[in-house]
Design a protein. Structure first.
Length: 166
């Protein structure tokens, strides 16, 4: 609808007086410092996927993401843990985010825990936020904590128990 007229645009040899105010063509910032493009942020590595034909006996620990499609007999620590529909984890799970589509036998600790409609969990869940979809099977107790990752597997004494011992 609108088009810019080329009459008022400065040519290749235009003087600084012809350039619009605030335009920086020197390659320097507003205060005269050299402008350098910021380095591209490090690409987040892809999740480690444990395929459906894989059986792992032992503990797994990563600061990244894990997607389990097979079987793990051991504890898992990760940033994001996704348990696939056909997957089974037997052990304690500790992660910032836990998404369970399959089966976990053991304690689950996470800031955000989500049990989908195909989830099967046998064990306690310690969480900051939790979502349980209709159809999920869960047998155990649920406990909310502000920081469920801080205490490891130790239980916090309750205020009533400490007052009673005083």
């Amino acid at each position: 609808m609108f088009s810019k007229s080329k009459i008022n645009e400065p040519g290749p040899n235009a003087s600084d007086a012809d350039k619009p105010k605030g335009a920086d063509t020197t390659g320097k910032g507003a205060k005269g410092a050299d402008f350098k493009a910021s380095a591209t942020p490090k690409a987040k590595p892809a999740a480690s996927v444990l395929s459906s034909d894989l059986l792992i006996t032992g503990n797994l620990k990563t600061s990244g993401d894990i997607q389990v499609e097979g079987q793990v007999e051991g504890d898992i620590r990760a940033h994001l843990l996704t348990v696939g529909e056909g997957a089974t984890v037997k052990g304690e799970v500790v992660a910032d985010d836990v998404v369970v589509n399959g089966r976990i036998v053991g304690r689950v600790r996470g800031l955000k825990v989500r049990l989908t409609s195909t989830a099967r969990v046998e064990g306690d869940i310690i969480h900051k936020t939790i979502a349980i979809e209709s159809g999920a099977h869960f047998e155990g107790s649920v406990q909310r904590q502000d920081d469920p990752l801080a205490n490891g597997s130790k239980k916090m004494p309750t205020a009533a128990a400490t007052d009673a011992n005083s």
